[in-house]
Write a protein that binds this ligand. Structure first.
Ligand code: 2P0
Length: 347
């Protein structure tokens, strides 16, 4: 009977406030702009991954929420190859180490939220897998270095290697070694920050992020303007807003960047539509609320789908959620929304 080596790790979902949209290298997942996100709480939306390794295992395998998935894809293979090669270096330095780099892996992953809900499940999934395998292999690399590996699985996954407020620095090098995530601030830096998720639809999106962003890169003129003129100054403004806990600026930039990203989708040819009429009602509602109060107390953002994430500070929870859910209950289509739950960045 041979020993089985095992390790577990979890990674939360992150929601971008400065969006990643566009690759300059599709194989290495190198982005056309830097991005910034908030990592949600482990308690709320996370993937938990356990990896087992034994010399007896015949092939690599992956179970996601109890269902077997193929591991024969470039994204997973890229991550596994790089992790094995780092382990191999350790084994060469210390011949007493078990030769885990040569053995097959059984990977078991579970989300504590519906995978089909259109929330960033691939980000948490690849981040948890890379974290679990690096733990199993006892790799000395830090979270930023490991984020470069998670990035090859799914771009946004690199940001889920950290909690709190995270930047993915696009980097300049052709080999992607400087395209990695860094933490701007830990979760406890802004303990009253909260996020509400409005599930408008749990249908799978009709245009995947990967193919959607390629269409945008190839066809949208507005995209060039976004990448060259809009994002660079917005990036440093967003970092400052987070460091200063300036919700007015943070919220304004978050909403503008969501709108800018969806505008480039509409400017793609053929156009890509992620927002639905209900999404647009949420946008109008948040602006009406902020106008009525006279300052930005709530900020919406939408990824490659119709579901809204609303950022707000806890002292405004009653008014924000009261208006949001009060008004939405009268909106046609709300009955089809199956949930609207609170998600709080870990503090
Ligand atoms: C983001 N999104 O910054 C942006 C905003 C969607 C809209 O990252 O092809 O799943 O795996 O690198 O990371 C979704 O794209 O794409 C995404 P791949 P990914 O969160």
């Amino acid at each position: 009977m041979h020993e089985i080596y095992t390790a577990s790790s979890s990674a939360p979902v992150n929601i971008a406030v400065l969006k990643y949209w566009g690759k300059r290298d599709t194989n290495l997942n190198l982005p056309t702009n830097s991005s910034i996100s908030v990592t949600l709480s482990q308690k709320d939306l996370r993937t938990l991954t356990t990896v087992n390794s034994s010399r007896n295992f015949e092939k690599d395998s992956l179970y996601l929420n109890g269902v077997s998935h193929s591991i024969e894809n470039d994204r997973t293979t890229n991550c596994l190859e790089q992790l094995r090669s780092l382990r191999q270096q350790l084994e060469e330095d210390d011949p007493n180490l078990p030769k885990l780099s040569q053995w097959k892996l059984h990977i078991i992953s579970e989300n504590n939220f519906p995978t089909a809900a259109g929330l960033a499940s691939s980000a948490a999934g690849f981040a948890a897998m890379v974290a679990a395998i690096s733990k199993l292999y006892e790799l000395p690399q830090d979270a930023s270095e490991l984020s470069r590996i998670a990035r090859k699985g799914s771009g946004s996954a690199c940001r889920s290697m950290f909690g709190g407020y995270v930047a993915w620095e696009m980097g300049e090098k052709l080999d992607g070694t400087d395209s990695k995530a860094v933490q701007i601030a830990p979760p406890e830096h802004w303990p009253n920050m909260k996020a509400a998720i409005c599930i408008v639809s749990d249908l799978k999106k009709d245009v995947s992020s990967t193919s959607g962003m390629q269409t945008t890169v190839q066809t949208s003129e507005l995209f060039q303007y976004r990448v060259n003129q809009v994002v660079p100054p917005r990036y440093s403004q967003m970092v400052d807003a987070i460091k200063n806990r300036d919700f007015e600026t943070f919220g304004t930039l978050t909403m503008k960047d969501s709108n800018s990203f969806h505008a480039t989708c509409l400017d793609s040819y053929p156009p890509i539509f992620y927002l639905t009429d209900t999404s647009k009602k949420i946008i109008k509602l948040i602006h009406t609320l902020n106008d009525a109060i006279g300052k930005v107390v709530a900020a919406y953002t939408f990824d490659a789908g119709p579901n809204a994430v609303i950022y707000y500070e806890s002292e405004n929870e009653e008014v924000v959620l009261g208006v949001l859910f009060g008004v939405l209950s009268n909106v046609d289509g709300w009955n089809e929304m199956n949930s609207a739950t609170l998600k709080v960045p870990e503090g």
